[in-house]
Design a protein around this ligand. Structure first.
Ligand SMILES: Cc1ncc(COP(=O)(O)O)c(C=O)c1O
Length: 441
């Protein structure tokens, strides 16, 4: 029972109801052969409807930043919901205002930053693109191949992964440049070849007058592809020279996931014009934000633009609590130290399993890429799907990502501990051994 309304926990009934009542667009996203039904969570762990415990290495698609049902976030939200569940944006409330001030304080000093709260990352991406176009007066946008920026009509147009691009007329004036993937990028390793490609893209596929470029410092759905040193800075210089703005999408990489700093762009010696954030910002409570330089955002003042639940005080109370917990519990440092150990152990598996072509990542953004042959790097999606299913049987939740569906992606909550690393490593070893056994039968 939940209040006065009943909730069924019968496996077959839950599956049947969802299949019957969800639209095809929402039904389609089912990673596991046998649907995963979740009943509860505590910090880095979740339990399914039959009480099996799993380590949530994906933090519910990165939304759970500081831990499932983190007591301090829960308390902050409960208190606010009990006092005033919603305050529409045309009225004033102190909680979103405090949170805006606190977010601004995390941005590079020496600039005047302002915040626009949304309900999701996709909405924030749409707004960022609108801001860039409105404030520069230019239309052309550049995104990277293999990027994911969201699902709405606007954000989908910036997304460079085929599985997310529907067969519809996409937004115009968006061009894609080659992603500087150091493992399997079109121009091999290095930064300069990709900056050269960006020059060619600007010269051949745009008017030369740019609204902006959008970059994930670590491509998430693309399979944990980290921007190499110098790329974002070089790209920002080129885009600026053509009148455009640099938009950094921190929806996945933000809130300390790289174990280096709160924002992944901090490691790239660049000051963005617009930063987009969502997911981990609310530890599971729906919230997104655009943080922009005042001179960029100011142009939008002439017309009304609001998201009904944007600046919702309960969501912003969660956001404030998340920022405080990250700092109080030294969670970025935890991601750095535990992430380094996790990376070392996973990389060690390359000595035993030839199917692993690459293990990459920083902090708590880690990936294992599976290939049929280490020389040709031919992707191994079927083997990846098999290992992926086995990891669940061995107690892990993670994701199958990348354009070829051959990357096992992990971005756990910031509270994953050293003790968990053993369990994670053992689960992976057993899953890859299962693959080898299957291969020999
Ligand atoms: C990098 C990135 N940008 C934007 C989005 C869109 O965010 P949302 O799903 O909250 O709309 C996502 C979602 O996965 C994302 O990973």
């Amino acid at each position: 029972m939940s209040g006065t309304q009943t909730v069924t926990w019968d496996t077959d009934e839950i599956i049947a109801k969802r299949d019957k009542y969800y639209a095809a667009s929402q039904r389609a996203f089912i990673p596991y052969k046998k649907p995963l039904i979740l009943k509860r969570g505590a910090m880095q762990y979740v339990w399914d409807e039959q009480d099996n415990k799993l380590i949530d290495l994906l933090g519910m698609n990165l939304c759970i930043s500081v831990g499932h049902a983190h007591p301090k976030v829960v308390a902050a939200v409960q208190e606010q919901v009990g006092q005033l569940t919603h305050c529409t944006t045309m009225f004033y409330h102190p909680v979103p205002a405090h949170f805006a001030e606190e977010l601004v304080a995390t941005m590079p000093a020496g600039h005047d930053w302002v915040v626009h709260f949304t309900n999701s990352g996709t909405e924030a991406i749409d707004l960022a693109m609108m801001m860039a176009r409105a404030s520069t007066g230019n239309q052309d946008m550049i995104a990277l191949r293999n990027s994911y920026h969201g699902a709405t009509y606007g954000a989908q147009g910036l997304t460079g992964v085929q599985g997310f691009r529907h067969n519809i007329g996409q937004l115009s004036n968006i061009t894609f440049a080659a992603e500087p993937n150091q493992y399997r990028g079109a121009f091999g390793p290095g930064t300069q070849p990709y900056l050269d490609d960006l020059d060619r893209t600007i010269a051949c596929s745009t008017s030369g007058h740019l609204a902006g470029m959008i970059i994930e410092p670590v491509q998430g759905y693309g399979g944990i592809v980290e921007m190499p040193e110098g790329y974002i800075k070089g790209a920002a210089e080129r885009v600026c020279a053509h009148g455009g703005l640099m938009i950094i999408d921190e929806v996945q990489s933000g809130f300390g996931k790289t174990g280096q700093s709160l924002w992944a762009f901090d490691s790239h010696d660049v000051v963005p014009d617009i930063v987009v954030m969502a997911k981990g910002i609310g530890n599971g409570i729906p919230l997104g934000a655009v943080v922009a330089k005042r001179e960029v955002a100011e142009v939008m003042g002439g017309k009304l633009l609001f998201h009904t639940y944007g600046a919702n005080p309960a969501a912003c109370a969660a956001g404030r609590a998340v920022l405080k917990v990250i700092e109080d519990d030294a969670m970025i440092e935890n991601a750095r130290v535990v992430g380094a150990e996790l990376h070392k152990r996973l990389r060690g598996m390359m000595d035993h399993f030839d199917i692993i072509g690459d293990v990459r990542g920083t902090g708590f953004m880690q990936a294992i890429e599976l290939v049929k042959d280490r020389e040709t790097k031919e992707p191994a999606p079927k083997e990846t799907a098999f290992v992926f299913e086995r990891t669940r049987e061995h107690g892990l939740v993670l994701s199958k990502s990348g354009n070829f569906k051959n990357v096992l992606r992990m971005v756990p909550p910031l509270c994953l501990s050293m003790e968990d690393v053993d369990s994670v490593f053992n689960a992976f070893e057993r899953s890859f051994e299962d693959l080898e056994r299957r291969g020999s039968t």
